[in-house]
Design a protein around this ligand. Structure first.
Ligand SMILES: Cc1ncc(COP(=O)(O)O)c(C=O)c1O
Length: 354
């Protein structure tokens, strides 16, 4: 035992637990894409291998430029980090200190209740509505003079519903302008609901808005670790100064750039996932499962379905249990069919079929 004087908040943080795995098991538990990125992206990574004796570009200039063009903002409005998880911690630490509060929806992404105490602030989770969407009224009411940031997760992990642009716009308009509003759009590429689109245009009028994005989901690059934030240049400067220097590897930068350039391949992969989601979710509901609207590459089966986790494991499928239910990532057609078949057997055995 060391005699180090750890911060009490650090001692109560959850310790890393690797997710369940088995040698040949198929993971449909982490909302990853079931297939690797396009050959153009893999080639770009391979080419970059010849330069790994060098540090990457500290400023990620080319990627920030490309992202700026994609979103119609300046390169000085973009910063990149080792996944949007790193950006989240940096953005929060730009405004948090002991005695401050961060409001976020719950149940939502498990990093939020870890990131908030990590940066010394107090977590203020606000319960979702029964349909699994954000309770924006309660979230607005939860903002106090000590609140320095609010996180919106749209689409929300693990429940699935997304906020429309108008819903986010009116929340931002109504919130104090000295509160950072972080909009986590990790899964927005999979959203098809009318009115759901990126909150980036809000930044012009509301420099307290920070949009977080990632290459881990639609771009199928979870393993190389690259995400980004879009915000006002001053806010980006503050976040950037808190990110680990040279954090994003040259391989990740090359992969992200190549993936942006191969937008058609990304769109094709997203379209396939959305089509599979639209095939599988209604079939599961038909079996009697309670699944909130999902605008993402996963769905949540609610209620007492915990037994599904073991039933899946017996056929080599790994799904993700939560207190609220079981979350399943949309995989390949074959993986989805396998899950559907386990879910049908389980429904019959447990008597949840209608
Ligand atoms: C809602 C949400 N935001 C952000 C992330 C983090 O993505 P990454 O750190 O891989 O960019 C995830 C990952 O699962 C997520 O579910």
């Amino acid at each position: 035992m060391s005699n180090l004087r750890f911060r009490p908040a650090v001692l109560s943080l959850p310790r890393y637990k690797p997710s369940k795995s088995a040698p040949d098991a198929v993971k449909i538990s982490s909302n990853e894409m079931p297939t690797p990125p396009s050959p153009a992206v893999l080639e770009a990574i391979a080419r970059e291998l010849n330069t790994i004796n060098r540090y990457p570009d500290l400023t990620a200039a080319r990627l920030r430029e490309a992202l700026g063009q994609r979103f119609g903002v300046g390169a000085d409005q973009v910063c990149v980090g080792t996944g949007s998880s790193a950006i989240l911690v940096a953005a929060l630490s730009a405004v948090c200190q002991p005695g401050t509060q961060v409001v976020y929806p719950w149940r939502s992404f498990e990093s939020y209740p870890i990131a908030v105490p990590t940066v010394g602030a107090d977590p203020v989770p606000v319960e979702l509505l029964p349909d699994g969407s954000h309770d924006l009224v309660a979230m607005r009411e939860a903002i106090t003079p000590d609140t320095v940031a609010v996180i919106l997760c749209s689409p929300n992990n693990p429940t699935g519903p997304a906020l429309t642009y108008e819903e986010i716009a009116s929340f931002v308009a109504d919130a104090p302008d000295d509160v950072m509003i972080i909009v986590d759009e990790a899964y927005i590429d999979f959203a098809t609901k009318p009115g759901v689109r990126s909150a980036v245009p809000l930044i012009d009028e509301h420099p307290n808005v920070v949009v977080m994005r990632t290459f881990s989901k639609a771009h199928a690059l979870a393993g190389v670790r690259v995400g980004y934030a879009i915000a006002d240049p001053e806010v980006i400067g503050a976040i950037q100064s808190l990110l680990v220097p040279f954090g994003v590897s040259s391989l990740a930068l090359a992969a992200a750039l190549a993936s942006l350039a191969d937008a058609e391949a990304v769109q094709r992969a997203v379209t396939e996932i959305v089509a599979e989601r639209e095939r599988i979710v209604p079939a599961l509901r038909e079996l009697g499962y309670d699944i909130p609207d999902t605008q993402s590459n996963f769905y949540l089966l609610r209620g007492s379905v915990y037994g599904l986790v073991d039933a899946c494991a017996r056929v080599g499928l790994i799904v993700r249990p939560f207190r609220e239910g079981v979350r399943v990532s949309v995989g390949s057609r074959e993986q989805n069919d396998r899950f559907l078949s386990v879910a049908a057997d389980f429904a019959r055995a447990e008597g949840i079929a209608q």
